[in-house]
Write a protein that binds this ligand. Sequence first.
Ligand code: C5P
Length: 237
Amino acid sequence: MIRVAIDGPAGVGKSSTSKALAKYFGFAYLDTGAMYRAATWWCLDQGVDLDAEQPDADLITATVGRFFTDDHFDISVNPDDPDVMSDGESIAEEIRSAEVSSHVSVVSSIPSVRRLLIAAQRAFIAGEDGPDSFSNGAGIVAEGRDITTVVAPDAEVRVLLTAREEVRAQRRAAQSAQSGQSEHGGVGTDDVAARDRADSKVTNFLSAADGVTTVDNSDLDFGETLDVLVRLVEDAM
Ligand code: C5P
């Protein structure tokens, strides 16, 4: 079983590259950001106040806990058909809304919430749920902010995917122009930068930890970035 851990900031093409890499090798694909987004969507859905000056960490943790332990949440790790569900209904679009994007850092910065999600992510990566049935345990690509350092520091392949800040801002702007709104439902580049700033107080995804390979794709296109990652995985096989 090859575990590929990929971290990096927003706007670096992490999700699309990770998904393509998983498809290339027939591996499972785990988008951990989607799990934090789903937890945030659920809190909003349950009427939890995420705008309070001092958000109620105990209430948020209990609410997120119910989402995961009472089996409301489900995620597809098939890279051809990634999906996130609540009570069997897809919430893939809802979790990319501007409302979720602008509140996700509030939820993801609570240590007890992180403990819950990290435990669930480790179970997925260990094949206790999902990946095994999808890929026969061949491998998994898991991407996020703390996969190389906290969730799976012993992964066979560990990559920090990054790009210069102005390049990431340009890519976000191009994406927004192309789709008529941003990928995350209307949140512009400034908000993404603010989310990165908030997130980087909690997880270190701006510099590579020991043993983590930095791939700076500022001057690489999608195919070239994928080639670099494919080679790193092949070297580990
Ligand atoms: O990857 P994505 O931008 O969808 O992640 C959404 C949010 O989830 C991030 O802004 C961050 O707050 C949180 N996150 C996290 N740890 C991860 C993945 C995502 O805190 N491993």
